[in-house]
Each structure stands twice: as C-alpha cells, then as structure tokens.
Design a protein around this ligand. Structure first.
Ligand code: GAP
Length: 541
C-alpha cells in the first residue's frame, strides 16, 4: 500500500497559508483513490511517503554511484552487481556496525574469517551436495529454464485457438478468458513442451589446482556458516570459551540461482553476515530449554538491530516456518521479513540448527566436535542458533526505507534519510564561493581534519542550493558551509568570525558554530545527539 503524509507548512515559512492549504488539498484529492493520507503539522515541507519502485532505486543507484551492473560495457550480467564509490561506503558501514554490535561489543561473541574454498567433504557432510538443489524444467523449443516450483507464479504466453491464434500474455496462475485454457507449455515462448523436473545443484563447482579431474573438485561456498562449524574446536580450544558463546563471520557466498533478480535482492554472488551461537542443550534458562530461550533472544536482538538503524517498525515482520517449510536440519526457523518494493520478503533467517552440523562434521572428519560440561562431567554436542543475514538485502532494505520524495517550496526534493552511522558520506564541506581562495583553503582544511575520523567530502561543482540537493539525494546527514563571514572580507574591512554553517539534512535547519568546535559538534551528532541539542548552543541562520 502507498502511504502519503501531507505536512502542513510551517506558520512562519512565509508562504500564503490559503494557497498552501489549497495545494495540499489538491495533492490529497489527486492521490486519495490509491493512498492512505495523513495530515500532520509542524514541518516546513510536504513529505510524499510512497513506496519507492525498484526501477527508481536502480536508476538512483546508478546515477549517484551506489550500484552498477556488473560488466556493463559488455552488456552486463543479470545476476551480479558492482558497488560504486557510495555503495561500498554504505555496505562497509552496514558491515562495520553489525560486527561492532554483534561481535566486538558482546562478551559472548568471537569473530572468524574462514576461506571461501574448503575441503570438498565439507559440502558432502553439510548435505549441500545432495540437498542444495532446486527442481528445474527446460523448454524443448526455446531452451529457457524455469524453477518448477515457481511456474504457477509466472505470467505465460498463449496463442489462443478461440481468437485465430492471437498471442496473449496471461497473468500468473490464471486461465485464458477466451478459450479457458491453462498453461501447459513454456511460459516464455508459449510453444515448447517442458521437460519433467530435474534437480539442479545451486553450488558453483570448480577445481583446486591445475588438473580438472574428479579428485580436484571443490565448490565456492554457498553459505559462510560451514566455515564456522569446521572451526568450532579450533576456536573453543584457542579461546577457552564456556557455553553459550557464538562465532560471527562476514563474507562472500555464491549460489547458482536459477531465477536471480529484483536488483540486489537475489544474486549469484552476495555477502552474508552470519552467527553460529552454541548452547548447551542440557541446560535450561528461565525454566526453558537453553536453545529455545536463546532462539527467542536472537530474534528480538535482530529485530531491534534493524530498528536501531532506522528501519521503520511497520516495515518489519516475522515469518515462522511451517513444518513443511523447515530445512532438514532445523528445529525451528523464523525469518525477519521486510516490506520490499516486490512485497514482503526474507531479509534474514534465524534458525535453530540443533546439533546437526557438528555431528555431521564429526562423522565425516572422524574428529570429535564436543564440549566438556564441567558441571555435569559429560561431553555434549552443542545446539546451534543461527542468525543469518544478507549484506546486500540489508543494503536494499536500508535504501528503500530511507528513500523519501518531498516537496520543498514548490520543488521536489529526493532525500535518503539514512541513519547517520550508515550514511555513505557523513559530512560534506562546501565553499559558498569557489573563487575565493581563502574560503576554498579553509573548506579543504576542514574536510582534511574531519576525514581523519569520518567520511567527509569536499564539493564545489555547483551553486550551494544544488550542492545541498545532491547531498540530500545520497543521504549525507550534515553539510558544513564556509562563507565570507567565516574568513572575513579585508576589502570591506569585515573581520572573520571563524564560524561555519552546519545544515541538517532532515529538518534543513542551519546553525552557525565556531570552527574550533565543529569536530566536537559533528562527533556528538554522529554519536546520536539530537539536532535540537546541537542547535541549542549555537547561532541559528
Ligand atoms: N546459513 C544459512 C543460510 O545461508 P539462507 O536463508 O539460505 O540461510 C541467509 O541465507 C540470508 O542470506 C538470507 O536471508 C538472505 O538475506 C541472504 N541470501 C541468501 N541467498 C541470497 C541471494 N541469492 N542473493 C542475495 N542474498 C541472499
């Protein structure tokens, strides 16, 4: 559903109130048929909060250097994407705060960085060689390939005999309204017969070493999790941990998805942020089995994490896997779903994998993967709770959630309201006049100083209004402007006041602070201080 908030103009914004009301009414009338409307007071601009389309995001991402299609000059690959200068900043910041919050700040967590290529037995033990498959059918005519279990969700081409063979594209799952036929043939060409379903393994196969023979076969890892399981004992022994404890890892994973798509939502190469949290299945916490208690705790922690970095609570929900949906190793799985432009879809999964993986690896490797419970004087195989998130999907969710189109003084403003800790650029330093050497020099010096700790850029390629809009569109929370007052004007005998202007992205308010205090004010703001607090001790401009 589309959502629209038409905000009332600020009483001192200078506009004609009657005209303003009429304009808001017009917008509301135009959209009333398709959107939910709420009127709110207290902001100087109109916010149109409609769900952004995937096309708009793809275009913004390319135009502003977030995401490019991989190998674009060769026609591109449909399933791989490259992160541009701003995209890599956003992605790195997502990974940084995840690692900081879930690994570094928790006394019960440790980190790991395992290799992508592993012993081929890992994938036999984990079940990926036998079970990591999708059923596929091929068209005997056009050779297109489809997932058998998704055919019912695919629109289909039909040459209708009741209309002299006219071609129609019929919505997924529906029958032809002319002849009543349902789909039996290829949905793409409408002519070819489909082969019976065959299982297709999603792992990318490769060869270790120079000889392409069976003995050298291995796979690009389809999940980072197995690198953690096979290192369980190494970490346990080297770090002397007591249960419960967890191991976190961030890294690339590869899946030869049959139907990749929807931009970076489903790709063949992606990154995961995974945790395997080991618990003693013989213990109870608050009267409940430890694995069940910790599963619920991790679900709460993961939801809270996304909310903390700005995801609107209404756009998150939990999906409990039904019995027939559960993976063969799982006792219970709950997905955190996000309201993507393609509808509610999985953002991350939180599974109780029981002792399946450790037992499998112990069986295949011949090495005991147990924990000695001093209290009970027994060896136990820990149960595992696995919060597993995709970096690329988190990137997409943060982008969708941050996107706003607003009307400011009759003009459209596109703004990404990223959480300040995630914004690709934290501060943009802008000179008001690029012809004044002293202004430019001061602006560069401020950027250099800020960039020792945070992502700061300098830009003088347009007039100030346009520079602000550009920074809004990439989500920069604060702009710092150096002007004539900052450096003074000797010709006019005006002394320098040494102050710079800080502009807040969301309210568009501006304050002037002493340049010597700038670093501290910016640190406070990025550290979570409210704008009103920073503005309290400063001059408003
Ligand atoms: N170790 C468990 C595991 O890999 P999964 O549900 O297959 O579970 C976990 O993957 C997360 O990885 C998903 O919730 C999603 O965020 C991300 N993910 C999985 N396949 C993906 C793909 N093809 N493209 C992008 N992200 C993907």
């Amino acid at each position: 559903m589309l959502q629209l908030a038409v905000l009332a103009a600020d009483s001192d914004s200078g506009g004609d109130q009657r005209e303003d009301r009429a304009r808001r009414k017009l917008i509301a009338d135009l959209l009333v048929a398709s959107v939910r409307i709420s009127w709110e007071r207290g902001s100087p601009h109109v916010i149109l909060t409609a769900m952004v389309s995937m096309e708009t995001l793809v275009s913004l991402c390319k135009r502003r250097g977030f995401v490019f299609q991989s190998s674009e000059i060769y026609g591109g690959t449909g399933s791989c994407w490259d992160y541009g200068p701003l995209g890599v900043e956003l992605k790195n910041k997502i990974k940084h705060v995840w690692w900081r919050d879930f690994v570094q700040r928790r006394p019960d967590m440790l980190g790991l960085d395992a290799s992508i290529l592993m012993h081929s037995s890992v994938w036999k033990a984990s079940g990926h060689v036998d079970h990591f498959t999708d059923p596929m059918v091929d068209c005997r005519e056009c050779r297109h390939r489809f997932r058998a279990d998704q055919l019912a969700e695919t629109p289909w081409v039909h040459y209708c005999p009741a209309t002299k063979g006219n071609k129609f594209t019929i919505p997924a799952g529906e029958a032809c309204t002319h002849c009543g036929a349902t789909r039996t043939r290829c949905p793409d060409c409408g002519k070819g017969e489909l082969t019976p379903p065959r299982q297709f393994n999603l792992m990318f196969k490769t060869f270790m070493g120079p000889v392409e023979e069976d003995a050298a076969v291995t796979y690009l890892r389809p999940e980072t999790a197995q690198g953690i399981f096979v290192n369980f004992d190494n970490v346990l022994q080297s770090m002397r941990r007591k249960l419960p404890f967890g191991i976190g890892q961030i890294g690339k994973a590869f899946r030869n998805e049959i139907t990749p798509g929807n931009f970076i939502f489903r790709t063949r190469e992606f990154e995961q942020m995974e945790i395997e949290y080991f618990v003693n299945p013989h213990e109870t916490v608050e009267g409940r089995p430890a694995d069940e208690y910790w599963h619920d705790r991790w679900i709460e922690d993961c939801l809270a994490w996304f909310r903390r970095y700005g995801i609107q609570p209404d756009n998150l929900r939990l999906h409990e896997h039904a019995r027939d949906e559960l993976a063969h190793y799982a006792k219970r799985t709950a997905d955190v779903q996000y309201r993507f432009p393609i509808g509610w879809s999985e953002l991350m999964g939180i599974a109780n994998r029981t002792d399946f993986d450790l037992k499998q690896h112990a069986k295949w490797s011949g090495k005991a993967l147990t924990y000695f419970d001093e209290e009970r004087k027994e060896h136990v195989v820990p149960y595992v709770i696995e919060p597993s998130a995709g970096v690329d999907r988190a990137f997409l969710a943060f982008l969708v959630d941050a996107y706003r189109e607003e009307e400011v003084r009759g003009e459209k403003r596109v703004v990404l309201r990223f959480h300040p800790e995630l914004a690709p650029v934290s501060v943009a330093v802008l000179p008001l006049l690029k012809k004044r050497d002293d202004i430019v020099r001061t602006a560069y010096a401020i950027r250099d100083e800020l960039s020792r700790r945070i992502t700061a850029v300098y830009d003088d390629t347009a007039a100030i209004g346009r520079l602000y809009r550009r920074q809004d569109e990439v989500g920069t929370p604060y702009c710092v402007t150096v002007d004539v007052q900052t450096v003074g004007d000797t010709d006019k005998g005006e002394p320098a006041d040494g102050k710079v202007t800080i502009r807040d992205r969301d309210s568009m308010e501006q304050i002037r602070v002493d340049a010597t205090r700038l670093g501290r004010v910016i640190d406070d703001l990025l550290g979570g201080a409210a704008w009103a607090q920073a503005a309290a001790g400063a001059d408003r401009s």
